[in-house]
Design a protein around this ligand. Sequence first.
Ligand code: HEC
Ligand code: HEC
Ligand code: HEC
Ligand code: HEC
Ligand code: HEC
Ligand code: HEC
Ligand code: HEC
Ligand code: HEC
Ligand code: HEC
Ligand code: HEC
Length: 325
Amino acid sequence: MNQTIPKCRAVVVGLALLLASGLPGLAAAQKQDVAEGRSRAESGATKPCIECHEGSYAIAGTKHGVKGDPRTPEATAKGKSVTDDPGDAMCGACHGDLTAHNKTPRVAGLVPVSFGKKAPAEPQNEACLTCHQSAARITWQGSRHERAQQSCASCHRLHAARDPVTVAETQAAICFECHKDRRAEIYRMSTHPLKSGFIACSSCHAPHGSSSSRGSLIKDTVNETCYTCHAKMRGPFLWEHRSAQDDCSNCHNPHGSNNTPMLKVRMPYLCQQCHQDTGHPNSVFSGNQLAPAGAQNQRFVANSCANCHMKVHGSNHPSGAYLLR
Ligand code: HEC
Ligand code: HEC
Ligand code: HEC
Ligand code: HEC
Ligand code: HEC
Ligand code: HEC
Ligand code: HEC
Ligand code: HEC
Ligand code: HEC
Ligand code: HEC
């Protein structure tokens, strides 16, 4: 089926060009196409869609094909079949009125709503939103994906037995079709368990948009998003580390990094982005400030400030002011 589609298109385009230029004489194949289409149109003959689109019928086994649920395309389209075959009725709920297409299937452009990648997003999304304009989609309008002219079908595969974007193990692959830089990040040394599907992109991101100011996160801020799983980092702490309370992504790249644990920058540079020379080991490059003079303190292994400042996220120890305990 798939292989014949481009051929049909080419034939139709060729036909249109020939008619437009008024050239006499049509190739035999084109003549046959037109004749077949015309005779079908005149006779009003209707073939069941399944004869040409067998592969599309997997949708009957998904939630959209549940007969007992009065809200599904299957149920709402009852009696509206253009082929008299009740199994075909649901197709119109998303693709629009297919009477003309079914009469002359070989004529391109008669399917009112196509979900192809090149089709405009708006009519596609309208078709879905007639049923899915619920609270869950309230943030869709104005979301980054909506503004970037993405369609529901750029993520959803409704003719698959199981829509891969809704399954944790297969979701990331769909996102990577467009977000290729993110794929590289999750293969770095230190990452979230995304490859195994233990968590998904949608554990942190709201694919249909959200009220967060950036990144379309499931919560209003980066930190609130992280706390949904890393609750102990929320505190309250007797001694806070202001940068951790502000934004976890000051130090971590949640998609992955080659510095464990997902640190954006290697130690001690990570800390030195904010902490400059204060006259103690944090000025790592002026050896004479380390004791004994000229030699690194033994606890300064791997240049890690966190060897001493272990409570980088905040401390609850009465004398934890310097995040040392
Ligand atoms: C005789 C074969 C035939 C029959 C019967 C037929 N189609 Fe098609 N259909 C085609 C061909 C060929 C194309 C590709 C032409 C095009 O791109 O417009 C197509 C395209 C489509 C598309 C658009 C796919 C896309 O690119 O987005 C949909 C949806 C569709 N058909 C649904 C139906 C439905 C529903 C029925 C029954 C009411 C039906 N078809 C009956 C042959 C058929
Ligand atoms: C005629 C109404 C109707 C239309 C049109 C419709 N849907 Fe649905 N959809 C439903 C119903 C009903 C369910 C089942 C909801 C449930 O079980 O809570 C559903 C379920 C879904 C699900 C969840 C499937 C799952 O396995 O959990 C997705 C995703 C979805 N629809 C996307 C879409 C997209 C994308 C479109 C447009 C191409 C669309 N729907 C068009 C009624 C519709
Ligand atoms: C950027 C990718 C993406 C786009 C675009 C997208 N979705 Fe989804 N959708 C998802 C993911 C991922 C899930 C699973 C969400 C989860 O597990 O929280 C989902 C879940 C759903 C569900 C089932 C669960 C629910 O929230 O009710 C429906 C229905 C749905 N989407 C409809 C739509 C509609 C309608 C559109 C277009 C207006 C759309 N989606 C656009 C990625 C997307
Ligand atoms: C709930 C909405 C919905 C319903 C109902 C629906 N489709 Fe689709 N159709 C889509 C979407 C979305 C796509 C884009 C590809 C995908 O999601 O797998 C599509 C793509 C297609 C294509 C293009 C083939 C391809 O894979 O590129 C054909 C043909 C098609 N549908 C035929 C049908 C037929 C026949 C029926 C009825 C049995 C039907 N559709 C019912 C939403 C729907
Ligand atoms: C068909 C292409 C496409 C797919 C598939 C896709 N996206 Fe996007 N996404 C975009 C475009 C385009 C933008 C806006 C431009 C940009 O920032 O790159 C965007 C932006 C984003 C943003 C930034 C939002 C913001 O407010 O700054 C996030 C987060 C995102 N996508 C996550 C996802 C996730 C998660 C998935 C999979 C569930 C996904 N995307 C699937 C195309 C896509
Ligand atoms: C553990 C939480 C988490 C997970 C899981 C996650 N992200 Fe993100 N993502 C974030 C945060 C936080 C930001 C915002 C970073 C910022 O703005 O500084 C972000 C930003 C983004 C952006 C926008 C970046 C930009 O430059 O505007 C995209 C696109 C994105 N993520 C895609 C994905 C994809 C695709 C996946 C799945 C492979 C994924 N994310 C998994 C937390 C996560
Ligand atoms: C959906 C739950 C979830 C969310 C939300 C989440 N994480 Fe995680 N995080 C995990 C899991 C699961 C692990 C792996 C724990 C393990 O391996 O013991 C992890 C591990 C980590 C690690 C340690 C990695 C290592 O190599 O030891 C860091 C750092 C981290 N997360 C930061 C963040 C940040 C920053 C955010 C917010 C942007 C965030 N996480 C949001 C679930 C989550
Ligand atoms: C100032 C930099 C910085 C900020 C901001 C920061 N972290 Fe960390 N985080 C670190 C460092 C450094 C380590 C490694 C500590 C070590 O090696 O002892 C770490 C380790 C972790 C770990 C793994 C080890 C553990 O203790 O479980 C998780 C999970 C984590 N951070 C989550 C978060 C979350 C969630 C936030 C936001 C609330 C956050 N981090 C903010 C620097 C930071
Ligand atoms: C994004 C900037 C930033 C980064 C990165 C950062 N800090 Fe901080 N840190 C702060 C701020 C702001 C304060 C609060 C200073 C104040 O209140 O005067 C602080 C306070 C501290 C304090 C307590 C000092 C005091 O006077 O109360 C220690 C100790 C500390 N940081 C250690 C670290 C370590 C170790 C790292 C690396 C893991 C690090 N910081 C990374 C911004 C940062
Ligand atoms: C050998 C242990 C040790 C190491 C390694 C260490 N510190 Fe400290 N740090 C301390 C102690 C002890 C104090 C308390 C000093 C005091 O009592 O005056 C302190 C105090 C601080 C303070 C608060 C006092 C001030 O001067 O403002 C900051 C900020 C700080 N350290 C940052 C860092 C950074 C950044 C690094 C890594 C480059 C680092 N420390 C490495 C032991 C260490």
